[in-house]
Write a protein that binds this ligand. Structure first.
Ligand code: TYD
Length: 215
C-alpha cells in the first residue's frame, strides 16, 4: 500500500454533505495504520482560523476575499500541510484552492488569471531539487444540483455569508467546479452526492481504493 504522504481535498457546494464523509475516510485510513491530519480551509492554523472568521462573516470585495483566503492557505501549507506530508501522513483537507476558483472566481466573478497567479505563488514548494506547485493528489468532489443543496440548507443554523447566497450563486460555483475538474480530470473523483449517505460514502471510499491508497 501507498506509504508516502497523501494530500486529499474535499469539495462541493454548500449542502453537498462532505463533512461526514471526510470523518469516515479518516477512520478508514487510521484503521489501516496511517496517521491522518484532518484539517480545513479556510483555517487549520490559529492564524488561518482568525482569517476564516473574518472571511465568512464580514462583507468585502472579491480581491480582499481572495487575498484573505490565500493568506490563510499560505500559513496552513507552511504550518500544517507540508510538515504532515513530510512525515508521510495522510492529509484530509475540507476544501482547498478549487473552492477559491469556484466561489471567488465563478461565484463572485473575480478574475481567474489573478487567482491562478496567487495559486502559483502561494503553493510553490521550494525543494532541494526543482520547485513545484503543491496540489492535492486527489480531490473528492461531492457533486450535487444547486436546487437539491438549497433544500438541504433550509434547516441550517444561522447561515454564513456564502450559505446565505441565492441558488443562482451556487449554480455558478458548481460551474466553477466543473471547469476545474475539466482542466485536471486525473486529480478529481466526481461523486454523485444525490444518493443515500451510505452510497456516497461507498463511492468516496472506492475512489480512494481504486488509486491503491486503501486496502
Ligand atoms: P464549509 O467548508 O462549507 O464549512 P461549514 O461546513 O462549517 O460551513 O464553509 C466554508 C465556506 O467558505 C464555504 O461556503 C465555501 C467558502 N470558501 C470560499 O468561498 N473560498 C475558499 O477558497 C474556501 C476554502 C471556502
Amino acid at each position: 500500500m501507498h506509504s508516502d504522504g497523501l494530500f486529499i481535498s474535499f469539495e462541493g457546494i454548500d449542502g453537498a454533505g462532505k463533512s461526514t464523509h471526510i470523518e469516515a475516510l479518516a477512520a478508514e485510513f487510521r484503521a489501516q495504520g496511517r496517521a491522518v491530519t484532518l484539517t480545513r480551509e479556510p483555517g487549520g492554523t490559529p492564524l488561518a482560523e482568525k482569517l476564516r472568521a473574518i472571511f465568512l462573516h464580514d462583507a468585502m470585495d472579491g480581491l480582499t476575499e481572495a487575498l484573505l483566503v490565500f493568506a490563510a492557505r499560505r500559513d496552513h501549507l507552511q504550518q500544517v500541510i507540508e510538515p504532515a506530508l513530510a512525515r508521510r501522513e495522510v492529509v484530509l483537507c475540507d476544501r482547498f484552492t478549487d473552492a477559491t476558483f469556484a466561489y471567488q472566481g465563478f461565484g463572485r466573478g473575480f478574475d481567474l488569471a489573478v487567482l491562478s497567479y496567487l495559486e502559483q505563488q502561494v503553493q510553490t514548494v521550494r525543494g532541494q531539487g526543482a520547485n513545484f506547485v503543491r496540489q492535492p493528489d486527489l480531490t473528492v468532489w461531492f457533486d450535487l444540483a444547486p436546487a437539491v443543496a438549497a433544500a438541504r440548507l433550509v434547516n441550517i443554523r444561522v447561515p454564513d455569508k456564502f450559505e446565505a447566497q441565492p441558488q443562482a450563486f451556487f449554480a455558478n460555483v458548481a460551474a466553477g467546479y466543473t471547469d476545474r475538474c475539466n482542466k485536471d480530470p486525473g486529480r478529481f473523483a466526481r461523486i454523485n452526492a444525490d444518493q443515500s449517505v451510505q452510497q456516497v460514502r461507498l463511492d468516496a471510499l472506492a475512489a480512494v481504493r481504486s488509486r491503491g491508497w486503501l486496502a
